[in-house]
Design a protein around this ligand. Structure first.
Ligand SMILES: C[C@H](C(=O)O)C(=O)SCCNC(=O)CCNC(=O)[C@H](O)C(C)(C)COP(=O)(O)OP(=O)(O)OC[C@H]1O[C@@H](n2cnc3c(N)ncnc32)[C@H](O)[C@@H]1OP(=O)(O)O
Ligand SMILES: [Co+2]
Length: 133
């Protein structure tokens, strides 16, 4: 079952500049975290009711490189919802006709929990991430 909004992710061309901008507004911003398995480096802006994940490509084959080429100034990249049972999610997604990205199995995400992504073309033009609660 889908529950909380865990984060909204924004792809940015300059991670330090983006982190500084949110910090200057008084937000608590985490240190950068490299996620080589996901091809990104991330920073989290912590808000009382959710988080903003600032994303920048890491390595040669980042899944967000194409997005930043098309949106050089940055843009909203994905939404992440928590789910009670990630192991059931891949099956549920195919049941409703949504493609699971990658090899279809969950990977460990930025919070140390399994995550899956569904294709934006199957979710009203929005890339959706699901994270185990
Ligand atoms: C771990 C951490 C965490 O939170 O724990 C993360 O979030 S990692 C976050 C980074 N990891 C991921 O994003 C993993 C899942 N993402 C992917 O596999 C890829 O980004 C992807 C397949 C969605 C898109 O890759 P791509 O841009 O190179 O592919 P294409 O050029 O073929 O794009 C196919 C179509 O999808 C559209 N498209 C691409 N990216 C997005 C997006 N973020 N939101 C909405 N639409 C999108 C393109 O415009 C294109 O539309 P048209 O055909 O109309 O031109
Ligand atoms: Co994310």
């Amino acid at each position: 079952m889908i529950t909380w909004l865990n984060h909204v992710a924004i792809a940015v061309p300059d991670l330090d500049a983006a982190a500084t901008k949110y910090r200057s507004l008084g937000a608590e911003v985490s240190d950068p975290q490299e996620l080589p398995e996901h091809g990104v480096i991330v920073v989290f802006v912590k808000l009382p009711n959710t988080k903003i994940e600032l994303l920048h490509p890491l390595g040669e084959a980042s899944p967000i490189s194409g997005f930043l080429e098309r949106n050089p100034g940055g843009g909203v990249h994905h939404l992440c919802f928590e789910v009670t049972e990630i192991s059931e999610m891949a099956g549920k997604l195919s049941e409703i006709g949504a493609r699971v990205l990658g090899d279809g199995s969950a990977k460990i995400g930025a919070h140390g929990k399994p995550v899956l992504f569904a294709h934006p073309k199957d979710f009203h033009g929005v890339l959706v991430e699901f994270e185990q609660t």
